[in-house]
Ligand binder design. Structure first.
Ligand code: FE2
Ligand code: FE2
Length: 287
């Protein structure tokens, strides 16, 4: 249907009415728009990285790590959407960011890459984004840049926890408990061969019954407040295994594992005590 001159002028002026302020906003906030575009690309890259890392973790049978990466991917997509929303409000309508390239390695390397990415965000990219956007003082843009910057700091902390020495710390205590059990074995062994044999007879069941291979039945001996102490809790391997799971799959730190730490230390001390008494009583008398 052809439109007459009056209708044309009405449509034109309506478009102009809405477009002019947006074009004005774009030129007024040109540096902010440039920053938001870069931040948007950066967040899309982070989002796609984490999605791929999560898939890889799933393939490698690390469900906890996959969940961890999925939650990061979600956070990064929120950042990307926030930046895109402000860009739209500033009149950047046809914004098509370039498609990022995602490189995926083993989950261990992916964790390292994730940490490097977050560190760059925290130390280089976001400080620069904020510095460049600050002079134009666009409230929404600055607020969202700072919000994303803070979130990246939380991401860094969580990744560092995943990689932290907490696992090594528990590994050292678990090794001490192995030494304690070895003392008990040595108390009854006359030769190296005998010690090796008895060592295996003890080690295999306590690893097998630690919860690594299958969920353990709850044979409760007593309760520590709300936490049941089961017969399997007498083994150091049960506590070490639980702690390793929490550290490597859920990023737990020592503060989150005080119960397992206390139990592992207590059980280790108990076996050390028994080991020393038995060694003095039997092995030293055998000589
Ligand atoms: Fe982000
Ligand atoms: Fe992040």
């Amino acid at each position: 249907m052809p439109i007459n001159r009056r209708q044309f002028l009405f449509i034109f002026s309506s478009i102009a009415f809405f477009r002019v302020p947006l074009i004005d906003a774009q030129s007024k906030y040109s540096a902010t728009v440039a920053v938001l575009r870069r931040a948007h690309i950066n967040e899309i890259q982070a989002h796609l990285n984490y999605l791929s890392y999560a898939e890889k973790a799933k393939l490698e049978n690390y469900p906890g790590l996959a969940y961890f990466f999925y939650s990061f991917a979600l956070a990064e997509s929120v950042h990307a959407r926030n930046f895109n929303r402000i860009l739209s409000a500033l009149g950047v309508q046809s914004w098509e960011p370039p498609k990022p390239v995602v490189k995926v390695f083993s989950s261990k390397v992916n964790l390292k890459s994730a940490l490097e990415f977050e560190m760059l965000d925290i130390d280089r990219r976001y400080p620069q984004f904020v510095e460049e956007a600050k002079p134009e003082a666009h409230g929404g843009a600055l607020e969202n840049l700072n919000y994303a910057w803070d979130t990246e700091k939380q991401h860094r902390d969580l990744i560092q926890k995943m990689q932290s020495g907490t696992g090594i710390f528990f590994g050292v205590i678990a090794s001490l408990s192995a030494v304690a059990i070895a003392l008990i074995v040595a108390a009854f062994s006359k030769t190296e061969k005998e010690a090796f044999l008895w060592g295996n007879i003890i080690a295999i069941p306590i690893i097998f019954l630690s919860g690594i291979f299958f969920p353990l039945p709850e044979i409760t001996l007593f309760n520590f407040g709300d936490t049941p102490f089961t017969i399997f809790d007498l083994q150091p391997t049960t506590h070490a295994h639980r702690a390793f799971l929490q550290v490597f799959l859920y990023g737990a730190g020592i503060g989150d594992l005080l119960y397992e730490l206390t139990m592992l230390l207590a059980v280790t001390a108990l076996y050390f005590g028994i080991g020393v008494i038995l060694y003095r009583r039997f092995h030293l008398k055998m000589r």
